[in-house]
Design a protein around this ligand. Structure first.
Ligand SMILES: NC(=O)c1ccc[n+]([C@@H]2O[C@H](COP(=O)([O-])OP(=O)(O)OC[C@H]3O[C@@H](n4cnc5c(N)ncnc54)[C@H](O)[C@@H]3O)[C@@H](O)[C@H]2O)c1
Ligand SMILES: O=C(O)C(=O)C[C@]1(C(=O)O)C=C[C@@H](O)C=C1
Length: 367
């Protein structure tokens, strides 16, 4: 049987995670394309892709499905290049960009007639970037929005949904404008808010640094996403202007309403405000509620001498502690836990943790 070839253009967090999911099927060959050779090298050595190239034509020539997984601005420029490339006759091109309306409009304008374009957006991610943060479980149980156009053949949509089942995400269909409105409210605007709040507090933080030091769980929980890639979010905001401007207006009104209650000292309605939010927040569907087991991961600092990883796996193996995955993470100085070990169960993880601590390793549950 002929293998299915998948091209992933942009082997970063999302492209890498999709590539890893695709590799669950041994009949799929994943070719990565990136403008950065060092990123392809990382993806190759960590087994994310079967082959990598910085030549776009080589990457797409044999592809049956092409994922555009670069930052949004580069998704536009790549779309415009497709017309000059030799492609398979029934190829599906899809993207993973965080905005949809403008991308789909552009694709319909520039895509060659024999090519099917289906907009896509997996609703999962991280504030971390790059292939080193990729995981075959990143999209598990997340919604994956597809935005086929009126003329898109149902058979092609099903073909794409079929391949996407390897990510274990829940594929849904939506029109691009609805997508941008909804995702503007639940993802884009929250990123603006998180960063605006951080900038406000940074401005308050005087020489004594008390704001930074007292910032505990609340501030950290609501601002994690302010650590996201600034270039990526610049592009997203520029592509989703109209919905965002409307949401910002609604936000300003909502904030004013609460502050009016504070001004009036209206205890009942202030409490009601928090209660209403809590009811909706507590009712959000639990992403981990699906059939798949949660992750049992430990992160371990690896001392910088040869044979350390071998020593750790030997220690675990000797006590029959089962691990299902091992990942060496980007070794930037400020990152703890360079080695990630995924265990089969909670009890295996606990046994592993006890053992590694006994042998004096620094072990973390989450980083
Ligand atoms: N980060 C998230 O949480 C998230 C979630 C869902 C969707 N997205 C979307 O996924 C896309 C990628 O985001 P990411 O977080 O994976 O970014 P990333 O920075 O981790 O990866 C992007 C990769 O694209 C490469 N690249 C840059 N220009 C390119 C070009 N012209 N052609 C090919 N490759 C190029 C970069 O070298 C990098 O390896 C964006 O469009 C983003 O909107 C991101
Ligand atoms: O979890 C995160 O860090 C994310 O920001 C992921 C997130 C989001 O939920 O806003 C960010 C961008 C996307 O396009 C989809 C998902």
């Amino acid at each position: 049987m002929k293998k299915t070839t998948i091209a992933v253009l942009g082997v970063g967090l999302i492209g890498g995670s999709i590539a890893l999911s695709m590799r669950r099927d041994p009949e799929i060959r994943v070719v990565g394309y990136d403008v950065r050779q060092d990123r392809l090298d990382k993806a190759l050595t960590s087994g994310v892709i079967h082959a990598g190239t910085t030549d776009l034509q080589t990457a797409v020539r044999e592809a049956h499905i092409i994922f555009l997984a670069a930052p949004v601005e580069q998704i536009f420029s790549t779309l415009r290049m497709l017309d000059d490339l030799e492609l398979q006759s029934d190829v599906i091109v899809t993207d993973v960009g965080s905005t949809k309306a403008e991308i789909v409009r552009e694709a319909l304008k520039v895509i060659p007639p024999h090519v099917t374009f289906i907009g896509g957006h997996p609703m999962a991610g991280s504030h971390k970037s790059g292939v080193e943060a990729a995981s075959d479980r990143l999209l598990e149980n997340a919604y994956y929005v597809l935005t086929p156009s009126a003329g898109t053949s149902e058979q092609q949509v099903n073909r794409l949904a079929d391949i996407l089942s390897l990510t274990r995400a829940k594929v849904v269909q939506m029109d691009p404008e609805t997508h941008d409105q909804v995702v503007g409210a639940v993802s884009h605007f929250p990123h603006v808010l998180a960063s605006a709040l951080v900038n406000l507090v940074a401005g308050y933080d005087g020489d004594d640094g008390w704001h930074a030091r007292l910032a505990a769980g609340g501030f950290r929980d609501i601002t994690r996403i302010a650590s996201s890639n600034p270039r990526m979010w610049r592009d997203v905001l520029l592509q989703n202007r109209e919905p965002l401007l409307k949401i910002a207006k609604d936000w300003a009104n909502a904030l004013e309403e609460v502050m009016d209650l504070v001004k009036a000292g209206d205890a009942d309605r202030i409490e009601q405000f928090f209660q209403t939010a809590r009811d909706f927040r507590d009712g959000l569907p639990e992403r981990k509620a699906g059939a798949l087991p949660p992750l049992y991961d430990l992160y371990i600092d690896i001392p910088d001498h040869p044979g350390e990883i071998g020593r750790i796996t030997t220690l675990l193996g000797a006590r029959q502690i089962n691990i299902i995955n091992l990942q060496i993470r980007e070794t930037r100085e400020d990152i703890y836990g360079a080695l990630r070990i995924t265990f089969q169960s909670q009890s295996e993880m606990e046994k592993g943790e006890e053992l590694l601590r006994y042998f004096d390793y620094n072990v973390y549950k989450r980083v």
